[in-house]
Every structure is written in C-alpha cells, then in structure tokens.
Design a protein around this ligand. Sequence first.
Ligand SMILES: *Cc1c(COP(=O)(O)O)cnc(C)c1O
Length: 386
Amino acid sequence: MFKLSKKIQSLPPYLFVEIDKAKRKARSEGRDIIDLGVGDPDQPTPRHIIEALYQAVQDAANHRYALDQGMPALRQAIADWYKKRFNVKLDPATEILPLIGSKEGIAHFPLAFLNPGDYSLIPDPCYPPYKGGTILAGGNLHLMPLLEDNAFLPDLKKIPAGIRKKARLLYVNYPNNPTSATAENDFYRKVADFAVKNKTIVISDLAYSEMAYDGYRPASFLETEGSKDIGIEFHSLSKTYNMTGWRIGWACGSAGLIAALAKVKSNIDSGIFSAVQLAGIAALSGPQEHVEQMRRIYQERRDALVGGLNSLGFNVNPPKATFYVWIKVPKNNDAMKFSALLLEKTDIVVTPGVGFGKYGQGYIRMALTVPKERIQEAIVRLKKIL
Ligand SMILES: *Cc1c(COP(=O)(O)O)cnc(C)c1O
C-alpha cells in the first residue's frame, strides 16, 4: 500500500531468508543444530562488569537522559585504554565519541559527509552496514574486491580516476569480518597516502582489535603518522567483553570528523544509558584477565575447527584474529547451495559468503561461537557426507 523510498529499495537484498527459514524449521523439528552462523560471543559478560551495571542502575541520577556526547569519565577511560594499547594519545573531549554500539556510528557517519553523486569505497565482502549506511545517506558504492590473491586487502591502484575524484569515504576493517584477514602498518600507510592525495576520509573498523591469537596484536590505523587528520576509527566493547547486547562502543580520531558524527547523532539519539556507560568504564579500566581467557578459548576452538577441516581435505589457514574461519567451498560449488546442503544433511548452520557481497561467492564463514566439543561433533558430521 505504501511505496518504499528509493533508498530503502536500493538496500542490498537480505540473502539469508532461505537459510533462516530452513534453520527455524530444523529447530522446530527438534533437530540438533550446530550453529556456526552467528558472530555473537556465547560466553557471558565478565562478572565485575555486570556488578558495575547493577550498582549504577540503583542510582536515580543514572535514570535520566545521558549527556549525548558520553560521560567525561568514559571518554577518559577510552583515552587511557587507547594510549596503553596503541600508544596513541587522544583528547577525550574532542577526539572520542561514545556510541550505542559501533554499528550505530558506522551507519550514521555517512550522513555527515555524503551528497548525491558522492562515492564510498567499500570492501566486498564486508560487514553489511558499510553499504547500508552509504545508501541511506544517498551516496553511491564503489566496491573494492577483497581477493585471496591479494591477502584479502583492497587493491587501491585499481580504483578508477573518475571514482577517486568523487570518493569521500574509504572503509577498511582489519582484523576483517568475514575473511579474518589482518593488515599491518605498511598497508595503513598506503591507505593514508591514498586518502590524503584524493581528499578521502578513512573509516577504520577495529571491532576485532583484541580478538587475536598466538600473541599477535592487531595494529590501529591511528598509529599511522598524519592519520588523525583524515581518519576515524570505530571500536566496540561487544566482542572484547562479550557485551553485544549492551550496545556500547566508540569512535575516535580527527576532531572534525568526531564533531560531525556528534552533530548527526544529536538529531537522532540521546546518548547511551548512563548505567551502561559506567559498566563500560568498568570493562575498560578493570581487570583484563578475562580478555586473555577469551583468546585462549577461541584459539582452542580455532585449532579444533581448522585441524578438523584440514583432515577432511580442506585447505584452511588458521586465522590470526577474529572468531571467523573463511572457507573455500569444495569443488567451486555455489556458497548458498553448499550452506543449504550442510544444514539439510548435517544440521550445521554456516553463513554463505555471498551474504557479505558478490566477491564472497565461493566461500562460507564459520564462527567459533560454540564450545569445542560441538566443533568436534561438527567435524564428525562433515566427515560422513564429504
Ligand atoms: C561485531 C562487529 C561490530 C560491532 O558492532 P557493535 O555495534 O559494536 O556491537 C563492528 N564491526 C564489525 C565488522 C563487526 O563484525
């Protein structure tokens, strides 16, 4: 009856409809589903963070509208964490902005900078809000394929001159969802040089900065000299502290970019629940043993999954970071069909790579968000059908 806006109509189609339907049906039939599809930690939020929320909730002062730019104490805790982690100094007042989850900021940011005819340079496959945010802001997408031959990094040299002129935003996300690829400072140097030359804003999504294995420590774009003039980086407490449902993250970087995002948000939301902000301070400033324990858990699962898959004839490298394993579908089968087949024959749910963009075709993503025993069980089931 009501006609959808052109923007809504041009959002990428949701490709998981069929899989979701099959998954619901399998569950309702009481089948024993192993769900490797969702990128959502299965472990609980650490106790001391829950306690901080519980305390904060009792205080009526926290029941009112929060400051929409975030509590000064939270911004300070973020600045301290950032200095310690990356040795980068941020001004808590102007270079940090708390968010209602980083997805919120990522999706709203393009509203501050895109005009009709402008382009965003977007990796493909990618986390869906990069495309969604640009489309909702009325901008155009230029896709940068992430290919195995180039270690799943975008090849900036391939971006046509005509597009460079109109490109206002460039997205990078390492450690990467869905490919689990990582990037180092030399890559960020190239990104910064490209951005300066083409007057493009760099958006770096570092949601997986703490989820890395074998002692590996992911780098930040903001470690790059001059990056703070051209870039904004998005961080999340969701994965590091098992807080996906709490909705808290932050943006940091160029004061001008932060102010622009704050202006957009001041017209849309009224800040993060103060009790959640106080819990966020407890997460960032409190004991960090839990983070090390999280790495150990995922690393064990990773080894079980990768070892198991390779024993079945797959050729998978253990990811250095993220809780995803990006797997080439055997015999170049269609990712969607292969995922449907796995669900039907083995009761295993995986995510078809095409759901993240057309260059994800030929791959599936498995998430390490189930206990090791379930991963071992998944390998047993796979062995039976392969
Ligand atoms: C999970 C994830 C986020 C985090 O989103 P929140 O809104 O902070 O929960 C951001 N970027 C990527 C690539 C992710 O996978």
